[in-house]
Design a protein around this ligand. Structure first.
Ligand code: GRF
Length: 217
């Protein structure tokens, strides 16, 4: 029998995406098991969530370590947990290209914009300021080029005239919560093939091969 893929989830904050992954695992639709949750911040709310679900946690405080030692500890933590996939779910540290390359093809990230638009921070604020009509989120493989890795999945929504940063962020987050578990499952089932800058998805994966897009008025 094939072993169940082991997943490490890296977080920095409240952990609502982690919550979506845990819920998917519980419902038997994650395709893998969350073996460890690692945070670079002791006060990350997601840590408590992981503990409540009986998942091992580790804190590696970036403020107490230089970059090299931080990544060495991260590497060791991932090694101990023998993870097949690393999921960055609101992990707010930039990783060196050396580190990223070690996890090439087995590290994914959820980003709150329709990449390649609005990489980096404050994506909702910037989307509103630019007046885009369509906004959303992306799950992608992580490469040394920040927020530019091969795209696995995207979900979009229409920006409403009444939207502010908070409402937009909440509605995008709801899509993230569907997209990240779906992308994780597709990875665990071996359906994602990186082809240059793009990702080929083998078979039908709801939410990915048929993405969420805004309905026509
Ligand atoms: C999400 O919007 C994610 O896309 C971004 O940071 C936020 C993390 O939220 N990178 P949470 O910690 O998963 O609730």
């Amino acid at each position: 029998m094939k072993a169940i893929p082991r997943i490490a989830v890296l977080i920095s904050g409240r952990g609502s995406n982690l919550g979506a992954l845990l819920a998917a695992e519980r419902a038997g639709r994650l395709g893998g098991t969350i073996a460890v949750v690692i945070s670079n911040r002791e006060d990350a709310g997601g840590l408590q969530l992981a503990r409540t679900h009986g998942v091992a946690t580790e804190v590696i405080d970036h403020q107490r370590l230089d970059r090299r030692s931080f990544e060495a500890k991260l590497d060791a933590g991932l090694d101990v947990a023998a993870c097949d996939l690393v999921v960055l779910a609101g992990f707010m540290r930039i990783l060196t290209s050396e580190f990223v390359q070690r996890y090439a093809g087995r590290m994914i990230n959820v980003h709150p914009s329709l990449l390649p638009a609005f990489g980096g921070l404050y994506t909702h604020r910037r989307a509103l300021a630019e007046g885009v009509r369509i906004h959303g989120c992306t799950v992608h493989f992580v490469t040394p080029d920040l927020d530019h890795g091969p795209i696995i999945a995207q979900g979009a929504l229409a920006v409403l005239p009444s939207d502010d940063e908070q409402s937009l962020s909440a509605r995008v987050l709801a899509i993230e919560h569907r997209l990240l578990p779906a992308a994780t499952r597709a990875f665990c089932e071996g359906r994602l093939v990186i082809a240059g800058q793009a990702v080929r998805v083998e078979g039908e994966v709801p939410g990915i091969t048929t993405p969420e897009v805004p309905a026509l008025p």
